[in-house]
Design a protein around this ligand. Structure first.
Ligand code: TYM
Length: 387
């Protein structure tokens, strides 16, 4: 069976980048696969495809097989690679899982589970670590950036070996598709090289050859550190009582302006409107895609395109005569329309966490069954004494 895997960290700030760059793409894949049904056959022999936002339809069209396993996890083990709050981890993990479901991950088709609930992730990581040249890890951009920001005291070994754990997440399930945002590209390339190296060193059961044919790469702005400069996925009516900052987007906004006085009904609308108002604009008269001098414009139009499900051409046409003022009202409304049902579903799911915990337990059992086969094969190939 073909497999799709992906994960998000439970860092307490799921933002629009995570959503549009990854989670929403999982949902389109899920639907695309279902729609394409059973007559079709494989397009990418034994290759793991890296999917980026905006690629799903194109890739979905090429999918030609009858059955897929989709595994979506919450990478809690990755979340401890920088200083974190032990009081918040389990809550953020459950919240992230609830958000997966609220965003449309369908548990009749997908296994949703917590990375640390499937022990083989860490086991495989150790085995792969022995085959990972340290130089490969030292040159990872995310490691360099994160360690520079964290300061020497806070840089644990796990921050360096983080990509090996990610490679384990992918290779454990012999994955075929890994839908992620563009920022994960280097980690996926390392996964591919590592798989080839392990194949060379130990032979045995071969890993799938990891391919590198991404779909259309859609670049979005980086997540801004300030919560005020992103739109919160749960920028909801009672966000003050949430104290979780699930954030939904990293729009490149101007800093400044406090929102503390905003509570009570209408909070979502007010927060989003305010954040959109503060988004950086430019002084060009109209709006257009793909002008290298207008990254903010491209970014916002792309977001608008993704949340409305329209084509680029449709959006270009619709917005070509708009000025920034008009467009900001239009995109604010579209975001509110898109977020409201997600928030409602999230609220329902969180009202009874027994259901969610059952979903996670079932997902972990299914994932463990697949993972155990891979790990046992590798132990054997590496020459360990059988249990
Ligand atoms: P994380 O938790 O930082 O982000 C989750 C997903 O969101 C995407 N993303 C974005 N996409 C577009 N534009 C943005 N501004 C943006 N910000 C975040 C990320 O690319 C990612 O797809 N190491 C990974 C999680 C991970 C994983 C895995 C993913 C661990 N193991 C195995 C796939 C397969 C991470 O920290 O993502």
């Amino acid at each position: 069976r073909k497999r799709i895997v992906s994960g998000v960290q439970p860092t307490g700030s799921i933002h629009l980048g995570n959503y549009l760059g990854a989670i929403k793409n999982w949902i389109s894949l899920q639907e695309e696969f279902l729609r394409l049904g059973s007559r079709l056959s494989v397009g990418f022999d034994g290759q793991v495809e890296f999917l980026f936002a905006g690629a799903s339809t194109e890739v979905g069209r090429q999918i030609q097989e009858d059955s897929y396993d989709t595994l979506f996890f919450i990478v809690d083990l990755h979340a401890i690679t920088l200083p974190y709050d032990t009081q918040q981890l389990s809550r953020a993990t459950r919240d992230t899982a609830a958000l997966y479901l609220a965003c449309g991950v369908d548990i009749s088709k997908a296994s949703v589970f917590v990375q640390s609930h499937v022990r083989a992730h860490v086991e495989l990581m150790w085995l792969l670590s022995s085959a990972t040249p340290i130089g490969w890890l030292n040159k990872m951009i995310q490691f360099k950036e994160k360690s520079r920001k964290a300061g020497d005291e806070n840089v644990g070994v796990a921050l360096l070996t983080y990509p090996v754990l990610m490679a384990s997440d992918i290779l454990l399930y012999q994955s075929d598709f890994v839908p992620v945002g563009e920022d994960q590209k280097q980690h996926l390339e390392l996964t591919r090289e590592l798989a080839e190296r392990v194949n060379r060193l130990y032979g045995g059961r071969k890993w799938k050859k990891l391919g590198g044919r991404g779909g259309a790469i859609f670049k979005m702005s980086k997540s801004a550190p300030s919560d005020q400069s992103r739109i919160n996925l749960l920028d909801s009516k009672d966000v003050s009582s949430h104290n979780l900052l699930f954030t939904m987007f990293c729009i490149d906004c101007n800093e400044g302006g406090e929102l503390t006085e905003l509570t009570g009904d209408g909070f979502l609308e007010v927060v989003i409107a305010n954040k959109i108002k503060r988004c950086k604009t430019d002084s060009f008269p109209s709006l257009e895609f793909d002008n290298p001098d207008r990254p903010e414009c491209n970014n916002l139009l792309a977001i608008y395109q993704l949340i409305t499900g329209r084509t680029k051409e449709e959006v270009a046409l619709e917005c070509q005569d708009m000025n920034w003022g008009t467009f900001k009202i239009v995109i604010t409304d579209a975001l509110i329309d898109h977020l409201t049902p997600i928030q409602v579903r999230y609220g329902e799911i969180m009202s009874d966490t027994t259901y969610l915990d059952e979903v996670l337990a079932k997902g972990a059992r299914k994932a463990s069954d697949i993972a155990d086969v891979t790990i046992n094969n590798l132990y054997q190939a590496m020459g360990f004494l059988r249990r």
